[in-house]
Write a protein that binds this ligand. Structure first.
Ligand SMILES: Cc1ncc(C[n+]2csc(CCOP(=O)(O)OP(=O)(O)O)c2C)c(N)n1
Ligand SMILES: [Mg+2]
Length: 163
């Protein structure tokens, strides 16, 4: 499951080059930010034996993040990987004046705290050495029936080949 934006390009690359076979539902004509959270819950309900991973950005989480509560309440243990680059990546190309004058493309927030507040397992990952243990712990949490969210603090990619 992937949403739009820089996250989408990075996740596509990871899925194509990763060492482990994975499957990824296509998004068809859906491009709305945040749809992957609900779609991941649906996938997990359809295939509860699988590890279902939802990759999303900080702006996408801003659109739908409260639905983590649905996953907690209904015990749908998906794993969300949130890439927090504190921005709508490269979005100045779409809103140049608003970005320059008002910084409209920039965001802030501690989304792992939000997820924890909603009852999910969560961790904010700031150092590379924390990535693997955080993933292992989060996957264990999903196996115990708890939705998990890892918030990775990243930087905005300065330029991406977007058509
Ligand atoms: C509901 C909705 N509003 C606006 C857009 C347009 N849009 C596409 S990508 C994007 C910014 C995405 O930012 P973020 O989720 O933080 O991901 P990043 O590109 O920073 O990885 C926006 C606003 C959209 N796809 N869906
Ligand atoms: Mg972002």
């Amino acid at each position: 499951m992937r949403k739009r934006g820089q996250v989408q390009f990075l996740a596509s690359w990871m899925l194509q080059t990763g060492p482990v076979p994975v499957s990824s539902p296509g998004w068809g004509h859906s491009t709305q930010l945040g749809f992957s959270l609900g779609a991941a819950m649906g996938a997990k309900l359809a295939a509860p034996e699988k590890l279902v991973v939802n990759v999303m950005g900080d702006a996408a989480f801003g659109m739908v993040g409260m639905d983590v509560e649905t996953a907690v309440r209904e015990q749908i243990p998906i794993l969300t990987l949130l890439l927090n680059n504190s921005a709508m990546g490269n979005y100045e190309r779409h809103i140049p004046i608003a970005s320059e004058r008002y910084g409209t493309k920039f965001l802030s927030g501690n989304y792992s705290q939000v997820a924890r507040g909603l009852g999910a397992h969560s961790k904010r990952v700031e150092q590379p050495g924390e990535i693997v243990p955080a993933l292992e712990e989060a996957i264990r949490a999903t196996r115990d029936g708890k939705p998990a969210l890892l918030e990775f603090i990243t930087r905005e990619e300065p330029d991406m080949a977007i058509g």
